[in-house]
Design a protein around this ligand. Sequence first.
Ligand code: PEP
Ligand code: MG
Length: 311
Amino acid sequence: QREEERRACYQPAIMTDGARVEVVANIAAPEEAARAVEAGGEGVGLLRTEFLFLGRDQAPTEEEQTDAYTTMVEALNGLPIIIRTLDIGGDKSVPYLSMPVEENPFLGERGIRLCLNRPELFRTQLRAIFRASGKGPIRIMFPMISTLKELKRAKALTEEVRQEVGADPVEIGIMIEVPSAVMMAEELAAEADFFSVGSNDLTQYCLAIDRMHPMLSRQADGLHPAVLRMIDQTVKAAEKAGKWVGVCGGIAGDPRGVVILTGLGVKELSVSIPSIAAVKAQIRGLSMEQARDLAKRALACPSAAAVRRLR
Ligand code: PEP
Ligand code: MG
């Protein structure tokens, strides 16, 4: 019985009526790629590349980055990896980048904004990603996209670098974690190959609650109907354009989140390594009809607490 349970984590997560949900891992260190596969992950849905840049006194070189990405791609042995470009700023500061002191860092030069303002930093990372891309299926994802213009500029720079390196094209997606990106999702979907909802930041920006706030952050529940309605809108916009949506924030690994997100039409859940087996098992016990029913009722709830009380 134990052995059977252990092996079940390597089977796909197929709902009782046949729909499949991809369950992939959020990782933030090279050795975690192999651990994600051992835990039954069907790939990596979010590689937080910040780990390469934090806790040191100069930026990692192109060689260092290429080595790190290659190690992870090889450990995945053909499974896909979504590499998110540098998402620094906000709560994460890097001394050698001499970042400005800001009154509201979460509303400041963060994520893609910082990368677009420091093209050399961005180009080096992109070069390394493209150099590793021959070794397995890599997708690139930009964090903190808040305007169409940012996406177009980031894509143009990425295409330039790709041609310099002489690599094949890769899929390019974006994080949906800023309310403006939700409102512009139709336009963004025309330019992106996929979306991944960063529900941690989307909740922070939607409810205007600092995700690090010592007292308020407990109220920043990603299952708040305001956030769920944003995710619903995002999925509908993506579907119109024939693009898929994943979720890589904390609610993707929350038992109630799993049901609601699946019911909203999310195709990929990217969760922490220890959650993979449980999320897969939960999906296997669920029908799409049940999931859609819970999602519909959740969208109509007046509060996060009411969503959490749903049966
Ligand atoms: C998120 O914002 O939900 C997310 C997955 O990204 P991070 O937690 O790294 O900001
Ligand atoms: Mg985020």
